[in-house]
Design a protein. Structure first.
Length: 323
């Protein structure tokens, strides 16, 4: 290379640093109002994967420190990176440029439309399987407890989902969804109970409100007792008017609600607070715990207000006695 190109290549250590990934995977998009005009000084975190990683157990300096490259670039041994010089030694623990994440849709589109899109002879089938293998390792799903109450003829099943990634699950573009499919059958194979069944022909999950145009599926914090209840993990976007939206450029960071923490009104408020702390950490480049500590006085005042309204009802109901 020195002979043909006139420069001497050197190793770039930054290529192995997770911060390199932030240039694409921390992305803020503008917010449009209901007339299509950009709202000044307001942005929406289309994705904040790098910031999520910074605040995870896998960040640099943490006990389980793992870089983005270690997870998303499969390692291999015995790689010779160039044809010249001929005596160039092979390298081990080489990061292959597969960049497997969670998207098989685009790979399938490219594979099925090679001629129209002038796509080369890449092995998309292998990439799709590697991506699915990556997804299978992203979380652990297990049954912690299964108890039969014969007197009530009830079976109680406790399921735990554990996120193994260094970011939220799901993460990135806010159209991704994870849901739990639980099926109980008798010895003859007859279905006794099922939650989260997929309709393959339409891609709809039976029981999920969003799939029938009825808002979004609330997070199930109690027991799931009906097929119409499904445990769903996904980002729910709100527009600048506080309404549910599926249009990215209408999404406003002040109204985002995370489905894995949305339930009662109080929980929704906690979800917005949590997201605001997260965004403040990203925007001002300060640790989340430092931002949280600075917010404690305000949160304390709010907690006092909630307690007063809850346990001194006349503060809010007193006016009714006058009418």
């Amino acid at each position: 290379m020195r002979t043909n190109a006139g420069f001497t290549p050197q190793q770039g250590a930054h290529i192995s640093d997770s911060a390199l990934c932030a240039t694409c995977h921390n992305l803020m998009t503008p917010v449009l109002d209901n007339t299509g005009q950009v709202i000044p000084d307001r942005e929406f975190p289309e994705q904040a994967v790098y910031t999520e990683w910074q605040n995870s157990a896998f960040a640099d300096g943490r006990a389980e420190a793992t870089s983005c490259q270690q997870c998303h670039m499969a390692r291999t041994d015995g790689v010779k990176i160039a044809n010249r010089p001929r005596n160039l030694p092979k390298r081990n623990d080489f990061g292959r440029h597969g960049f497997y994440g969670g998207n098989t849709l685009m790979l399938d589109i490219l594979s099925a439309n090679r001629a129209a899109l002038d796509v080369g002879a890449g092995d998309f089938a292998a990439s799709i399987e590697a991506t699915r293998a990556n997804l299978r390792s992203a979380a652990d799903l297990g049954i912690e407890e299964a108890t039969l109450d014969a007197t009530k003829n009830e079976l109680l099943i406790r399921v735990r989902v554990t996120n193994n990634t260094g970011h939220k699950l799901p993460t990135s573009y806010p159209s991704r969804r994870i849901y739990v499919h639980l099926k109980v059958s008798d010895p003859a194979g007859t279905t006794l109970f099922e939650s989260g069944r997929l309709r393959p022909a339409t891609g709809q999950v039976i029981g999920v409100n969003a799939d029938i145009g009825a808002g979004f599926e609330p997070h199930q914090r109690g027991e799931i007792t009906r097929a119409a209840q499904v445990q769903v993990y996904e980002a729910i976007m709100g527009d600048s008017d506080g309404n549910l939206t599926y249009t990215l450029l209408r999404a406003s960071d002040s109204n985002i609600r995370l489905d894995d923490v949305v339930g009662a009104d109080q929980t929704k408020r906690e979800a917005i607070d949590s997201m605001n702390l997260f965004l403040a950490s990203y925007r001002f480049n300060r640790p989340v715990m430092e931002v949280a500590s600075a917010s404690l006085p305000l949160l304390g005042l709010r907690a006092i207000g909630v307690l007063l309204v809850t346990y001194v009802p006349w503060l809010t109901l007193g006016l009714l006695a006058l009418f």
